[in-house]
Ligand binder design. Structure first.
Ligand code: FAD
Length: 333
């Protein structure tokens, strides 16, 4: 294998109903940094149908080229058509690096594609760096989150990685610097298609997207019981924020899993993260330590959350939160 033949950083752009997933934009930002370091191009690959306008939108986020496939087989995600299309494009482009979001779709697609390309895949990364010898160093939590493992792919190309949503910074839209847009056709082997989507039924429950919140008011086991979250909702309300939680809260059935922050929940980086009655287990901190400002309230002064907090208050959350709400209300009026 001649590594010189592999050039460029390729980012898979995930869309659902022709809406781009945030993680794909985040990967364009990180992909650009890596491409600049390597002196290579950034290529965005968009699969779907009726997606010409979407390709134009993708072109505003820094890629040198947007390669897109517009085909009915790619309308709704199923494994085989997507794996065939992405594998074929990667074989044609020969990129050095391939980045895919660690979403349910990305986690299904990436291993299939890496196996077809006979290369390695580091799943669920939280950090990507280029080493002095131009290798991609891919870091992810390992052994239940107790250590961070940095993994390289020294013998094969491309170097493939899935990256957790919310970890990388999303680039700003630039309507002046548009990418070159290329439409490509794929010859599908339809005899391999095993699954046909007959109907899509959308969940009617309102979806909470804690990843998009500027302010998160996160409660842990220290909140004590489900009803006490009403006060946290109130605090979130005055700050135009959203309530999230630790896993202990989800395990207790106080909140749904879509509110969970951490290694087995969501990765978030809000402007302000309140950690209320949360001890700061490594698996929790892995999901929120990149927040701009962390405010922790805990009655135990030695709680590990204080190690990463910008503002730490030692005390009873039930006494402090009502004061906080009053003070914020007063400051507003
Ligand atoms: P605790 O650790 O019990 O902490 C409660 C805190 O509240 C204590 O520090 C206590 O001092 C404080 N407190 C109590 N009463 C008050 C009060 N009145 N006022 C102020 N403070 C008070 N956890 C996650 O959060 N997210 C994950 O994604 C996640 N994934 C995991 C994956 C694996 C493989 C494993 C093994 C674990 C994972 N965990 C995860 C669990 C994690 O290890 C912790 O058990 C969990 O984060 C603890 O939640 P907590 O901080 O709410 O509870």
């Amino acid at each position: 294998m001649n590594f010189e033949d592999y050039k460029g950083v390729l980012v898979f752009i995930e869309q659902r109903d022709n809406i781009i997933e945030n993680v794909s934009l985040e990967l364009l930002g990180k992909g650009k940094d890596i491409a600049n370091e390597l002196g290579e191009d950034l290529i965005a690959v968009l699969l779907g149908s009726d997606n010409e306008d979407l390709a134009k939108k993708v072109s505003m986020y820094g890629a040198n080229r947007v390669v897109y496939v517009d085909n009915k087989n790619l309308d709704i995600y199923t494994t085989e058509p997507y794996a065939q299309a992405l594998t074929e494009i990667i074989k044609k482009e020969n990129p050095d690096v391939v980045l895919i979001g660690a979403t349910s779709i990305g986690r299904d697609l990436a291993p299939r594609v890496s196996a077809r390309l006979k290369t390695g895949l580091t799943a669920d990364c939280t950090k990507l760096e280029v080493s002095e010898d131009r290798q991609l160093m891919m870091t992810r939590p390992a052994f239940g989150g107790n250590i961070m493992a940095t993994i390289a792919c020294p013998d094969n190309r491309p170097q493939m990685s899935t990256v957790r949503p919310g970890v990388m910074k999303r680039p700003l839209k630039d309507e002046e610097n548009l990418s070159l847009i290329q439409k490509v056709d794929i010859k599908f082997n339809e005899s391999k298609f095993k699954v046909k989507v007959l109907e899509v039924t959308k969940e009617t429950k309102e979806k909470i997207n804690i990843e998009d919140a500027d302010v998160l008011v996160s409660g842990g086991r220290g909140i004590g019981h489900k009803d006490a979250f009403i006060k946290l909702e109130e605090l979130a309300g005055v700050l135009k924020g959203t309530v999230s939680s630790s896993r202990a809260v989800v395990d207790a059935g106080w909140l749904d899993h879509d509110r969970q922050v951490g290694q087995t929940g969501k990765t978030v980086r809000p402007n302000v993260y309140f950690a209320l009655g949360i001890s700061g287990a490594i698996q929790h901190m892995a999901g929120m330590e990149e927040s701009e400002c962390i405010i922790a309230i805990n009655k135990d002064a030695s709680a590990p959350i204080f190690d990463i907090a910008d503002i730490g208050i030692v005390g009873d959350v039930h006494k402090i939160v009502p004061h906080l709400i009053d003070e914020i209300e007063n400051a507003k009026s």
